[in-house]
Ligand binder design. Structure first.
Ligand SMILES: [Zn+2]
Length: 437
């Protein structure tokens, strides 16, 4: 595949490289050269596909560092409620009726939404991940899958074994899909269980993906119960280490951030989830100041309502400004590099457009009114872009979105099925909490 005469955007140094040609081969960017006048550059082979990039921009594919993708099926079912009611009276009750085929359909919908909005890689933290694997295979997306385990409850041992069976069986099965271990959180998982997961992580040489310090109440409770913050509990049990994805870490203290930096874990910042609960914090500016690897996460659709990472980045920029009362935080040059946080979820070499990088790429067509006249392409991407500007998406060197149309999934086929599943899931309503954390 050859992309001709396109402008490459570099978020690292906010640079624009105009009139460039890219040769993509075997899932990687093989060569980048200045645009050749000839339609048939030296490297062109008969039958090779040429994309005309005239007037368009190319960026690395976006990364969603924390998602519960199959929760597309619960989009919009728990609105305008407190976080406690959201968990205990809605989402956890609905999820009891979830079956593996639902996870397949829900993940397929989420993957379709992500690809159409330029997200090429996701770290998915959920259940029935064998079915999520099938959905990601079909979609063409890159994914890191963690089967969530709790370590408490009557079936906990059985659930742990099921998750571990999946982990062992699917590890290394496909180069596009990697596997992590998914302990839910330090507020659900007992410490000895977390230590057990760490042992498995060592044995299988796999990273971990876990929620931590999502709310202030969790931090207060943890200090009361253990004398440690949730991040410190993760450190004591060995979970806090290089490669671990910390989902949220929203109420991490400055001391916690120093510890996270020291251990080399990354944070998936899910700004919109917390904003919807009216929870304002300046985590992002503090984490960046501490030098921590940060990427954006959508979290589940029952809280975020979308898996669109351009939108999450926009929310994060605004949250940074509002939480600090300072317009000079959440700068465009701070925010845009975080769109491509593949290193946070274990995918190296995909956050930059350079020779030998993975060919996970998004072509942006700015020729719509919402991006005119084009004074500042970086500001336009952060604050003005919508899905119509996502023209082409390439994952692993293969085109999955062409002229704004998804090539791998027939989205129209999914609508009736999604509605039927969703109706079944939300039929169980209760005013009594199933459990409280
Ligand atoms: Zn989450």
């Amino acid at each position: 595949m050859i992309i001709k005469n396109i402008s490459i955007l570099s978020f690292k140094d906010m640079a624009i490289h105009k009139n460039m040609d890219l040769l993509i081969n075997d899932g990687r960017i093989e060569k980048i050269t200045e645009n050749s006048e000839s339609d048939r550059p030296v490297s062109f082979q008969p039958g090779e596909f040429i994309i005309d990039g005239t007037g368009k921009y190319i960026i690395p594919g976006l990364v969603n560092a924390h998602a519960h993708t199959a929760m597309t099926l619960l989009r919009g079912v728990a609105e305008d409620v407190t976080e406690s009611d959201w968990f205990n009276k809605h989402v956890w009750i609905y999820e009891q009726s979830l079956i593996p085929d639902d996870v397949y359909t829900g993940t397929l919908i989420g993957a379709a939404e992500m690809l159409l909005s330029g997200v090429t890689a996701v770290a998915d933290h959920y259940f029935a991940m064998d079915r999520a694997f099938d959905a990601y295979m079909k979609s063409g997306m890159r994914a890191n899958l963690a089967w969530v385990v709790f370590g408490i409850g009557p079936d906990s041992e059985k659930q742990f074994e099921t998750a571990m069976d999946f982990t062992r069986k699917y590890k290394g099965k496909n180069s596009r899909i990697s596997i992590s271990l998914g302990p839910h959180s330090p507020y659900i998982c007992p410490e000895d269980f977390l230590s057990r997961v760490v042992l498995e992580s060592d044995k299988l040489r796999l990273p971990m993906h876990i929620h931590v310090s999502e709310t202030k109440a969790q931090v207060v409770q943890s200090l009361k119960n253990t004398g440690l913050t949730p991040v410190q509990v993760l450190d004591r049990t060995g979970v806090l280490r290089e490669g671990t994805i910390l989902a949220h870490a929203y109420w991490a203290t400055d001391e916690d951030l120093k510890l996270i930096k020291k251990r080399g874990a990354g944070i998936a910042h899910c700004a919109k989830t917390n904003m919807k609960f009216g929870d304002i914090n300046d985590l992002l500016p503090r984490a960046l100041k501490a030098g921590i690897k940060v990427a954006f996460g959508s979290d589940g659709l029952a809280s975020n309502n979308t898996v669109n990472i351009f939108e999450t980045a926009r929310d994060a920029a605004l949250l940074a400004k509002c939480s600090t009362h300072n317009p000079k935080t959440g700068l465009i040059s701070d925010i845009l590099p975080l769109l491509n946080g593949g290193d946070v979820i274990g995918f190296k070499n995909c956050g930059e457009i350079k020779e030998s990088s993975l060919a996970d790429l998004v072509i942006i067509d700015p020729s719509t009114p919402n991006m005119m006249p084009g004074n500042n392409i970086f500001a336009d991407i952060l604050y003005s872009l919508n899905n119509r500007n996502v023209d082409t998406v390439i994952v692993d060197g293969k085109m999955v979105v062409e002229n704004g149309k998804l090539l791998t999934i027939n989205v129209e086929d999914l609508q009736d099925e999604a509605m039927a599943i969703s109706k079944r899931l939300v039929a169980t309503v209760s005013d009594k909490p199933m459990q409280s954390y």
